[in-house]
Design a protein around this ligand. Sequence first.
Ligand SMILES: Nc1ncnc2c1ncn2[C@@H]1O[C@H](COP(=O)(O)OP(=O)(O)OP(=O)(O)O)[C@@H](O)[C@H]1O
Length: 282
Amino acid sequence: MIKKMIEVSGLKKSFKTNHVLKDVSFTVHKGNIFALLGSNGAGKTTVVKILSTLLKPDSGNVSIGGFDVVCQGDYVRGCSSLTGQFVAVDEVLTGRENLYLIGQLKRLTDVKSKVDEWLSFFDLEDAADRKVSTYSGGMRRRLDIAMSLMGNPQVLFLDEPTTGLDPQNRIAMWDLVKSLVAEGTTVFLTTQYLEEAEYLADNIAILHGGKILAEGTPQYLKEIIPQRGAQLNFQNERKAVEAMKLLNDKGITVDSIEKKLPSIEEVFLTLIDEKKEDSNHE
Ligand SMILES: Nc1ncnc2c1ncn2[C@@H]1O[C@H](COP(=O)(O)OP(=O)(O)OP(=O)(O)O)[C@@H](O)[C@H]1O
């Protein structure tokens, strides 16, 4: 049976007259990645705060791993962990010390081996004994997530995990989220990046105007709006022009022909990779 790890129904939350969440419902199954998508101020962080017991809902039912966030908060905190938007690492400590501190606070029995395990998993071994103040943004975020994972949570909340990361680190973060899920963790993430939700999530919910506008797999969501024509891809422009002539001869009109240019992200990543290869050969 598929286990429901996060269940939210009829969730409401207002800040004075600002009715941020008007009626929010969704379910996340064990081992899935669920992305909550929304514009700035849509209420994504508010949902994460309620799910992680930092904020009380006004009404509705919210449970994590079968525990109610309002009356069983300790159990919820015991089975879940939050990595917020603003990195929560201690700058004056080293990466290793940050992890060690969390392991001790969580009263883990095998702190040293856990610290080593996560340092290696997050590719932070070389920087482990340097102060975090010398880390890059991507390294801080990796350390932050490693700290969240010290107690092996069943559910991980990631609030905009890739905001402020460059494309390479963003892709590294995506790989990391996928590998966590492969090990059985359930991931709930918020994002403003549509491609992030599409690449990562098993299910996406779009939050707007205090409600979930639509929810489903990326494929399902793409199919709920009318199709905007069909696309044929050819190896090069010459072949496309030939195909267009053939279609026109058969009375099938081609409305337009467009050269496919790489996105700036593709340009950036290709150039970086080429540079890496050059320096490997030097
Ligand atoms: N503690 C609070 N007190 C008053 N208003 C708040 C509080 N927390 C959030 N809000 C308001 O609730 C609304 C939703 O905020 P929230 O941070 O949940 O949005 P978000 O979707 O996460 O936005 P972003 O993408 O910019 O992080 C905003 O209008 C915000 O000003």
